[in-house]
Design a protein around this ligand. Structure first.
Ligand SMILES: Nc1ncnc2c1ncn2[C@@H]1O[C@H](COP(=O)(O)OP(=O)(O)O)[C@@H](O)[C@H]1O
Ligand SMILES: [Mg+2]
Length: 291
């Protein structure tokens, strides 16, 4: 497979973007031979915390903490890259390497977020000038002799339509949208899909996939309520595809609501049934990407 990039988005917070990015990154890197790079583009830094924070002490874990401090001190974070890009434009020089990319595991690497990303939209970065940044940044990573050839890049996006979201959406291969089985889940989906249509250039439009996260299970089956919202979301996907002449695929894979999920992520180990569900989700995404 040629390298692929997936942006996990939804303008609603709390639907599971970070959880899904983390889980897919871990499961794919552990169970396949793919080299995976995860990128945290959310200034709220949830993915960075999931990777770098020690739950017991509430502080950054030693290995990550030392690495992160160095990356900040030498101005080698993604925000620093963006600042250089803003000044120099297309042919910007920035030494992407293992001071910008943290090695979580052999096949799983990570670009953390930084608080400065909060101010991005106010900081005199203009939409047009930032739009090409992610494309250029991942191009540099792909061409670096010191880095692995990543097969997959997973972007954890912020819940607002930030400049970085705009930048990643205009160059990714797949937009992956988790929704939850409730009324606001389907409302939120219409909002995301309709605004994507307006905001993303250039064409061709990336592929879009929607799936259900936090699906309640009873007696081994999806509850009636979940099934109702599945039909509703599926119908919406078909309707929006038709009205806007884009392909929005509804994925059949569901991720169950699992009380222990947060702790499991902090401990770095997912329950078996969740691993199976995320593997299935990945297979569906992979198949769609190949098409
Ligand atoms: N499948 C799930 N089952 C149970 N809890 C979940 C599930 N997915 C996400 N959560 C929980 O929901 C909350 C929000 O998830 P998060 O991934 O941070 O959402 P987002 O990144 O969209 O804001 C977290 O507490 C997370 O542990
Ligand atoms: Mg998040």
């Amino acid at each position: 497979m040629s390298p692929k990039s997936i942006a996990v988005i939804n303008f609603k917070g709390g639907v599971g973007k970070t959880t899904v990015t983390w889980s897919l990154g871990n499961i794919i890197s552990q169970n396949t031979d793919l080299e995976v790079l995860m990128l945290d583009l959310d200034p709220q830094m949830s993915l960075t915390e999931a990777i770098g924070l020690n739950e017991n002490t509430g502080h950054l874990d030693d290995k990550f903490g030392k690495w992160y401090e160095k990356s900040l001190k030498h101005r080698l974070t993604i925000y620093d890259a963006l600042e250089v890009f803003k000044k120099a434009g297309q042919n910007f020089k920035f030494p992407v390497g293992f001071d910008t990319i943290y090695q979580v595991d052999e096949q799983l690497h990570f670009v953390p977020s930084v608080e400065e990303l909060y101010w991005l939209d106010l900081d005199g970065f203009e939409g047009k000038s930032v739009k090409d940044f992610i494309r250029q940044f991942i191009g540099k990573i792909a061409n670096s002799a010191n880095l692995p050839k990543y097969d997959l890049m997973l972007f954890d996006c912020s819940p607002s339509f930030s400049l970085l979201t705009y930048s990643v959406l205009s160059c990714c291969d797949l937009i992956l949208i988790p929704v939850n089985p409730d009324y606001f889940g389907s409302r939120g989906l219409s909002l995301v899909l309709n605004s994507l249509q307006k905001r993303i250039e250039p064409y061709p439009f990336p592929k879009i996939a929607v799936f259900m996260n936090k699906a309640k299970i009873y007696g081994g089956l999806l509850t009636n309520e979940v099934q109702f919202y599945m039909r509703e979301v599926k119908r919406l996907c078909a309707e929006i595809s038709k009205d806007n002449n884009i392909e929005v695929r509804f994925l059949e894979s569901t991720i169950r609501e699992s009380v222990g999920l947060k702790r499991a992520i902090n401990e770095g180990e997912l329950p078996r049934e969740l691993v199976r569900e995320f593997e299935q989700l990945w297979r569906e995404c992979e198949e769609y990407l190949k098409k």
